[in-house]
Write a protein that binds this ligand. Structure first.
Ligand code: ACO
Ligand code: ACO
Length: 150
């Protein structure tokens, strides 16, 4: 598997990006100002992540997704480790990521990759997303913020 930045003019994998973030408006806004990477095998694109600087010292992963049929095989972890290496090499000191309070598997994965919880944006999803999001039987209301020192 190879991870590379999308080429100029190459379309970002929207269907995958919408798996991680159902808001087309939010996806469009961070795609505009960040870098989009894809993970591909001989079979095609299996994963993507979007990340970029948010200050001189900090970068953020805004979106990370693996094709449903390829989940649970270590691709998400490999992409997270790629982002950690890449943004450390760019000179950032901190890498941030946020996810829903209901995203138990994602919270597990991010912490296994060295991210630590450093805050909560209460009602982020109820204020910014249409409809009630239920995941793992839990109402997704708050954004859990995590950070890793690079
Ligand atoms: N308890 C403990 N560990 C768990 C749990 C759980 N309930 N659920 C998952 N995990 C662990 C697995 O055990 C595994 O860890 P391990 O390697 O130590 O065994 C890890 O989480 C999963 O690792 P991967 O196989 O690398 O993950 P995957 O390739 O499936 O990618 C991802 C993870 C990106 C979250 C994928 O499942 C996906 O695309 N989901 C849908 C979209 C999504 O939710 N994206 C993230 C939204 S937040 C954001 O974009 C910033
Ligand atoms: N993802 C989604 N839901 C989950 C997950 C998961 N990974 N793990 C558990 N759940 C859900 C179950 O699905 C179930 O929900 P449901 O009823 O909607 O299906 C619920 O959590 C578990 O419910 P119970 O069966 O009522 O829980 P149990 O009787 O096992 O009691 C307890 C829970 C007290 C945590 C018990 O497992 C225990 O004693 N654990 C060891 C001690 C401990 O950790 N105590 C809490 C420490 S914090 C404190 O004490 C304040």
């Amino acid at each position: 598997m190879k991870i590379r930045e999308i080429a100029p003019g190459e379309a970002p994998p929207m269907a995958l990006l919408l798996l991680a973030d159902p808001s087309k408006k939010a996806v469009a806004s961070y795609l505009d100002t960040s870098e989009c990477f894809i993970a591909e095998t001989d079979d095609g694109i299996v994963g993507t992540y979007v990340a970029g600087g948010i200050s001189d010292e900090s970068a953020e992963i805004f979106n990370i997704a693996v094709a449903e049929e390829a989940q649970g095989q270590g691709i998400g972890r490999t992409m997270l480790l790629d982002a950690i290496e890449r943004y450390e090499a760019k000179g950032y000191l901190w890498l941030h990521i946020g996810t829903g309070n209901s995203s138990i598997g994602q919270l597990a994965l991010y912490q296994k990759c060295g991210f630590r919880i450093d805050g909560v944006i209460r009602d982020f999803f109820t204020a910014n997303y249409e409809g009630k999001i239920i995941e793992n039987g839990i109402w997704c209301r708050d954004m859990i913020r995590l950070v890793k020192a690079l």
